[in-house]
Write a new protein. Structure first.
Length: 199
């Protein structure tokens, strides 16, 4: 996430996405990213050049990039706020209100991008490895007790397909912790307790 003001990037926060399914569908995001300072600089330089080339001067830009062996490569640039609950992650991890920043820029004010927290936040999207009718969703009590947020988009009795895209998600949960490793472990533990029965 970044915002542009007077054609200069003022704030950037790389957010790695998780694509650990066999389909090309995002299964989660963690913020802040666990990247070296050198890689962050490479990404920011590339993003600055791309934003300048597109003529974006005031507002928020959502930039997706992939870090390859040959350096960062742009996947997508959108003159919009990020989706997939990334604004929630910014709030939980860093105390940043991206909606407020957007309004401050629109009103010509200096946006307040200062981090108020030093935590890590991770979202995981709940999917199924089979298609059919959901007959049971077990382990939700454990997730409710360990996650900051839990939302289901589907319920028992709903039809679900393979997670070939973001539409076939069953729900999501967000976990928050003090370190990158701790937040990943907390997310993994929630998944270990989750059991979705599809018939």
């Amino acid at each position: 996430m970044l915002h542009c003001q007077e054609e200069k990037i003022r704030k950037k926060e790389p957010t790695p996405r998780h694509d650990d399914s066999k389909f090309f569908a995002e299964t989660g995001h963690t913020l802040p990213a666990k990247l070296t300072n050198n890689n962050i600089e490479l990404i920011c330089e590339m993003v600055q050049s791309a934003v300048n080339a597109l003529g974006l001067s005031n507002g928020i830009a959502h930039v997706e990039a992939k870090l390859t062996e040959d350096g960062p490569r742009i996947i997508e640039i959108g003159a919009r706020m990020p989706g997939d609950y990334i604004p929630h992650l910014l709030h939980y991890a860093l105390g940043i209100d991206i909606g407020k920043i957007y309004l401050q820029i629109a009103l010509g004010e200096e946006p307040n991008c200062k981090s108020h927290n030093t935590k890590y936040a991770s979202i995981r999207f709940i999917t199924s490895n089979s298609e059919g009718i959901i007959s049971e969703i077990n382990g939700l009590d454990y997730i409710r007790n360990n996650a900051t947020d839990l939302e289901l988009y589907k319920k028992v009795g709903d039809r679900i397909g393979f997670p070939i895209n973001n539409i076939e998600r069953i729900g999501h949960f967000i976990v928050v912790d003090n370190t990158y490793c701790e937040v990943q472990k907390k997310a993994d533990n929630c998944f270990e307790h989750l059991d979705i029965v599809v018939k």
